[in-house]
Ligand binder design. Structure first.
Ligand code: NAP
Ligand code: 3JM
Length: 347
């Protein structure tokens, strides 16, 4: 018989948490007890998991007594406060926020790329940013085969990456605009910034807060996390992150420069056709390319529009799409938890 684990999901009622529960169900994850945690607001709410009703509880340090695996996705401040409390009580934490990602003793893991980094954990394992994850899954096989010198990415990010309330805001704005009614933007681009902008029928070139260097924090996450996951401090990375009125599914236009000379677009297509976690959708003659509406609900990273640059022999362009709530968050976390069991890091 497969052993079950006591699993806690922190932020179980959120956009990521809901997908976390669905993924645990779909994967038939070995669970002996499931503890669902949220803020005071949702405490008492009932959630059905595998046909059984579970009551959501307010997350407190004591909530983690006996928990073996804790999946955190309730924002950075909650993780900073409660992840150490979970570790103190013997749990291993998979954290979906940016709270610990760049700490030296915290592995930042995408199993297709650096699963072995899990062995170096000190109680907390960080799940990278959604936009970083889908990009490194597609780029790692290229890096291994041909070397990687430079990455320039522009993102087209879905609203669900900003939480359930942001999706509701987009839907309501859309209805208001179609009905010719007034509305006041309240959430996007960033909850804690003063100005709010319309997302319906718009594109907002700000995700997370601006840093002193002119990049946003989301852009800096992509830059720093990519180097850390690939163990390549010297990699040249630049990012521009843009929010679009798409509910789910992040898209990325990516330019890369490889180290090796003479690589062809079809070399890269063949490589990605057989890469773990990647589905190649690249046939311009038949208008085949990835799109967010077609990737929703799927765990893979979809890659297409692969073509060689017209003036740079080592330059390639591609289009990378994935479900930001699955590979970008819930599936990568559950996949990490599965790796922890497979590698006997949790027993
Ligand atoms: P969301 O839809 O707004 O949900 C937030 C969740 O956190 C809800 O379950 C909420 O519970 C809970 N929560 C809020 N304050 C809490 C508190 N003080 N104590 C305990 N639980 C609390 O947001 P989301 O989109 O699911 O994202 C949640 C977090 O996951 C984000 O803040 C981010 O750090 C991370 N995230 C990571 C990725 C990634 O790329 N890896 C992607 C998206 C999000 P209530 O129902 O009680 O409000
Ligand atoms: C995705 O702490 C917060 O306010 C959460 C901000 C946030 C993050 C983050 O920085 O953890 C919202 C959406 C992320 C992320 O994955 O980086």
């Amino acid at each position: 018989m497969v052993k079950g684990f006591h699993v806690a999901v922190v932020g179980a009622t959120g956009a990521v948490g809901v997908q976390m529960l669905k993924t645990l169900e779909d994967r038939d994850f070995p669970i002996s007890k499931l503890t669902l945690l949220s803020s005071k607001r949702s405490a008492g709410k009932k959630v059905v998991f595998k046909g059984e009703e579970i009551t959501v509880q307010e997350a407190t340090p004591e909530s983690f007594e006996g928990v073996q695996i804790a999946l955190f996705s309730a924002g950075g401040s909650v993780s900073k406060l409660l992840a150490p409390e979970a570790v103190k009580r013997g749990a291993i934490v998979v954290d979906n926020t940016s709270a610990f990602r760049m700490e030296e003793n915290t592995p930042l893991v995408v199993p297709e790329v650096n699963e072995k980094a899990l062995f170096d954990h000190n109680g907390i394992i960080a799940n990278p940013n959604c936009s970083t994850i889908q990009m490194v899954v597609a780029l790692e096989p290229i890096r291994q085969a041909y070397g990687l010198k430079k990455v320039i990415v522009s993102t087209y990010q879905a609203v669900s990456g900003a939480g359930a309330a942001a999706v509701e805001e987009m839907m309501n704005q859309t209805k208001s605009i179609l009905a010719g009614e007034e509305f006041t933007p309240q959430i996007l681009p960033v909850g804690s910034d003063e100005k709010k902008y319309q997302i319906a029928f718009n594109a907002i070139p700000q995700i997370d807060k601006f840093q002193d260097n002119g990049f946003t924090f989301e852009e800096m996450k992509m830059i720093n996390e990519t180097k850390k996951i690939m163990s390549m401090d010297e990699l040249q990375v630049a990012a521009t992150c843009v929010r679009l009125p798409v509910a789910t599914g992040h898209s990325e236009s990516v330019f890369i420069e490889v180290e090796k000379e003479g690589v062809t677009a079809s070399d890269i297509q063949s490589l990605l056709a057989n890469a773990p976690g990647v589905t190649l959708q690249d046939n311009p003659n038949e208008q085949v390319y990835p799109m967010p509406a077609h990737c929703v609900g799927q765990n893979d990273v979809f890659v297409g529009r692969i073509r060689k640059d017209l003036s740079d022999d080592k330059g390639f362009h591609m289009w990378i799409v994935s479900d930001n709530l699955l590979k970008g968050a819930a599936w990568n976390s559950v996949q990490i938890a599965e790796s922890l069991i497979k590698l006997e890091i949790v027993k």
